[in-house]
Design a protein around this ligand. Structure first.
Ligand SMILES: [Zn+2]
Length: 155
């Protein structure tokens, strides 16, 4: 892999993980590491072997609302084994983190299959991983973390 591509992917991975972390830390009572992991989870599809066919490709099944719903339901089921409150908390955290990843990628030129299993990858074609968009996403995430810290201090 060429250096430019490796740097681009590293930046994109870090951005998805950080946005997920900030959303979970700022908007829920769940462990923010859930946001880190599930904000990045859809890009585990980079690990699919190159000779696999759609939907087991990058921006395939792991980048669909149906996949996100299944993972949220799984998170709820696991968390609910402790209490239903924890189940809801975990489901919300996973939903925010996975949802942020899908929302960001859906705006990119490649888009995502929003209506999976139908193949529909319309997108507005925004450069969501450009330097400008990356700065915007990190700034918004940091602002959310600062707001959350101020909010907790004033309680
Ligand atoms: Zn992705």
């Amino acid at each position: 892999m060429e250096l430019g591509r490796a740097l681009f992917l590293t930046g994109a991975f870090a951005t998805h993980a950080f946005v997920g972390y900030a959303l979970v830390a700022g908007l829920t009572d769940a462990d923010p590491r859930i946001g880190l992991v599930f904000g990045l989870l859809p890009d585990a599809d980079f690990l699919f072997p190159a000779d696999w066919a759609w939907p087991f490709v990058h921006r395939g099944i792991t980048h669909t609302p149906l996949f996100a719903l299944a993972v949220v339901a799984g998170g709820y089921a696991v968390g609910r084994q402790q209490t239903s409150t924890i189940g809801r908390r975990v489901a919300l955290a996973i939903g925010l983190a996975l949802g942020s990843h899908l929302a960001i990628d859906s705006l990119s030129p490649k888009g995502i299959d929003v209506l999976f299993p139908l193949r529909t990858s319309w997108s507005p074609g925004l450069p969501v991983h450009s330097p400008t968009a990356t700065v915007f996403l990190w700034t918004a995430s940091i602002a959310l973390l600062v707001w959350d810290t101020d909010e907790q201090r004033s309680i």
